[in-house]
Design a protein around this ligand. Structure first.
Ligand code: B12
Ligand code: SF4
Length: 620
């Protein structure tokens, strides 16, 4: 009998207090495929699971008596896995070390020389490779050093959830809020250059059978797992099938109360099905709106990253559909893409706001080692990167420094500059995004900016450029925060993480861009910034004082402020045409009232996609 260590270590995910970890699905599904073979089933058993980054020596102890270690390499665990593999081999020279996964640097011809403790590597899909390796072991044949199989076209092996593969693991950790992965199909017809999905992009899609999917959803719900993470590249691409899957998710929610959340990537070219799915999921409160990854609105950039001509780029069509279906539209943009300039970045923001989309995320471009952009485009666009650690360690500098010392710290290559965006311009893009994310997307100036755009044709980005200068000259803290932001940003670029605070808020590398509202709220200065905005508008544009009064009174209630929660709905009569409606009611969106300011500030960040920090304004 051979014993196997199944290793896919991860960081904790989501808000700290939830103690959430991903179920190690990938390695479980490989196991599920292999044990279909009766000989393998009889002769191989699970020695242990590794799903989190426990201290290496502890993990070595747990795994060292196994005959085989299967390690799944992702960007979040590669260095930990290499170190673990090396130490395992030292502890047990007979153990067979097998690696695979998207972060495997298989293009490097010296890979196995660099990592002599690895016995075998598997490129791209791993199911057939594992089965082959296990069979070689049973037949006493040497294991190939390099395995590369054609993709599977029939995805019909038993689910690791349904065959109970994970049950002992889940049962052993009742304190953990487990996150399951739902895989309903594999592959993607597109080839976005920043994406690293190995052989699965620019390729045919294959499907898992529906019975398996329905039963998996029920398994998650019956276990009370609140959040499901889907692997689909294009959910909604198969109309009937994907609608049915969404229906099952909703049915499960109705029956058990779970799942209550879902992460999924929608089809890029079939808007109507996607909208139907999202409508169903939002009606059941599993999702909060139509989330569209725009990445950029610039034709040139979209062409450079091979995302042109996708229907999701038609933001105005999407907005119309979202409106018709009374569904919030959410989007994200990626900063620093090939061909993006400061001007085109500002235009991106204008384009998004013009569509009345206020729920927006901004991310920095990441370069993944196996992504076409890294392999082919780095030189063409002079893409300079730095190693960012904060994605995994957040502000836990102590842990990061310890892991750097141990040689197991994980990082992501994040864009620093390109031939169209020198690093000082990148900082300008970042600062402007920080400003509009705080002021517009989180409510302080949103209603008045939209009014001016609607009634006086004022460009959003002109309005915000003016307001930014006004605040620099008229607020005592704002220029200080900007200096602190610049310093934190510089340090992030230089060291890959920061320990700086901005306005008393600890900044975390990439999350810094979302920090303005928490900064303002920590200082209890929402009303000051509303007042500043009103004064700026008064000095710059022709508007009636009634309008400014309405704007101030409404916004003070619209922004959810700690200690001033709307435990009852509030009715208001407006004197102006700010909202084109005289009577309104404002109420808390989720009736959720955290007991401490720190929790409140945390929810501003974690709840941003579901507009947690914005009270609901209902026109009567
Ligand atoms: C779910 C998911 C997540 C989850 C976490 C998942 C988890 N289990 O921990 C969340 C949402 C947290 C997440 C976050 C991120 N993710 Co993610 N994520 C995915 C997603 C959608 C599915 C992964 C999955 O489970 N797939 C199903 C398995 C079965 O497929 P697979 O991973 O391709 O595995 C096959 C092969 O690689 C191989 N294989 C894998 N392991 C092994 C091991 C052995 C021994 C063998 C033989 C073979 C083998 O066989 C498998 C089956 O054929 C993928 C995209 C995708 N659709 O795959 C991205 C993906 C894995 N994520 C990616 C990235 C970049 C990120 C982020 C860095 C994004 C960001 N902008 O911050 C973060 C970092 C997370 C963090 N802080 O730790 C990249 C990974 C690139 C890389 N080189 O690792 C991917 C590929 C997305 C992409 N298209 O570029 N992610
Ligand atoms: S980003 Fe999404 S759509 Fe683009 S290639 Fe990757 S999986 Fe496909």
């Amino acid at each position: 009998m051979f014993s196997v260590s199944l290793i896919n270590p991860n960081f904790q995910t989501g808000p700290e207090h939830l103690n959430s970890f991903y179920i190690p699905y990938t390695i479980g599904t490989l196991w599920g495929y292999a044990v279909q073979d009766e000989r393998i089933k009889k002769n191989f058993k699970i020695h242990n699971w590794v799903f989190r980054r426990s201290p290496i020596d502890q993990t070595v102890e747990e795994c060292k008596d196994a005959d085989i270690a299967l390690l799944s390499l992702y960007i979040w665990n590669k260095n930990y896995c290499y170190k673990l593999a090396k130490k395992l081999k030292e502890a047990n020279p007979n153990i067979k070390i097998i690696v695979g996964g998207p972060e495997l640097d298989w293009r490097d011809p010296n890979f196995l020389n660099k990592h002599p403790y690895i016995d075998s590597m598997c490129i791209n899909e791993g199911e057939q490779a594992i089965k082959h390796i296990f069979t070689c072991m049973l037949d006493n044949e040497p294991i190939p050093e390099r395995n590369h199989f054609e993709r599977l076209t029939e995805l019909d092996w038993p689910s690791p959830y349904l065959t109970g593969v994970f049950d002992p693991l889940l049962d052993a950790h009742p304190d953990i809020e487990w996150v399951p992965t739902l895989e309903t199909d594999r592959g993607c017809p597109y080839q976005c250059t920043f994406c690293d999905w190995g052989s699965a992009t620019a390729s045919k899609m294959f499907k898992f059978n529906m019975e398996r999917i329905e039963n998996e959803i029920n398994y998650f719900a019956d276990r009370g797992l609140p959040y499901v993470s889907m692997t689909n590249s294009n959910f909604g691409i198969y109309k009937e099938r994907d609608l049915q899957i969404a229906r099952w998710l909703c049915d499960a929610n109705k029956r058990t109360g779970h799942p209550t959340g879902l992460s999924v990537s929608y089809a890029k070219n079939s808007n109507s099905t996607v909208v139907e799915i999202v409508k169903m999921l939002t009606d059941h409160k599993i999702q909060t709106g139509l989330y569209i990854s725009l990445q950029s609105t610039s034709d040139q950039v979209l062409e450079n990253i091979k995302r042109k001509n996708l229907k999701i780029n038609k933001i105005d069509d999407l907005n119309t559909i979202a409106k018709e279906n009374n569904m919030p539209l959410l989007t994200d943009l990626i900063m620093g893409m090939p061909g993006e300039s400061y001007e085109s970045w500002i235009q991106n923001i204008e384009n998004v706001f013009e569509q009345n989309i206020t729920n927006m995320d901004v991310y920095y471009l990441q370069l993944l080692v196996n992504a076409p952009m890294y392999v082919n485009d780095k030189e063409t666009y002079s893409l300079e990167t730095f190693d960012a650690y904060d994605y995994f360690y957040e502000t836990n500098v102590e842990r990061l420094e310890k892991e750097i010392e141990e040689g197991i710290a994980e990082c992501i290559k994040v864009i620093k500059s390109s031939n169209t965006l020198p690093s000082e311009k990148m900082l300008d893009c970042s600062l402007f995004s920080w400003f509009v994310l705080g002021m517009h997307c989180l409510g302080i100036s949103n209603y008045i900016a939209r009014y001016l755009h609607r009634e006086q044709n004022i460009k959003f980005t002109d309005f915000y450029t003016g307001l930014y200068s006004y605040l620099i000259n008229n607020d005592k803290s704002f220029p200080v925060w900007i200096d602190e932001y610049k310093k934190a940003h510089d340090n992030w670029y230089e060291y890959g993480y920061t320990t700086d605070s901005i306005g008393g808020i600890k900044s975390i590398g990439w999350q810094v861009i979302f920090s303005l509202m928490p900064i303002i709220q920590k200082a209890d200065r929402v009303d000051d910034f509303i007042e500043h905005t009103a004064n700026f508008v008064n000095s710059q544009y022709k508007v009636h004082s009634d309008l400014l009064d309405d704007y101030k009174n409404l916004t003070s209630l619209y922004v959810k402020q700690y200690g001033r929660y709307l435990k009852q709905p509030v009715s208001m009569s407006l004197k102006s045409d700010l909202l084109q409606s005289k009577n309104i009611v404002i109420e808390d969106r989720y009736e959720h009232f955290p007991e401490s300011l720190d929790l409140h500030l945390n929810y501003i960040f974690y709840g941003r996609r579901r507009s947690w920090a914005l009270n609901k304004v209902i026109l009567k």
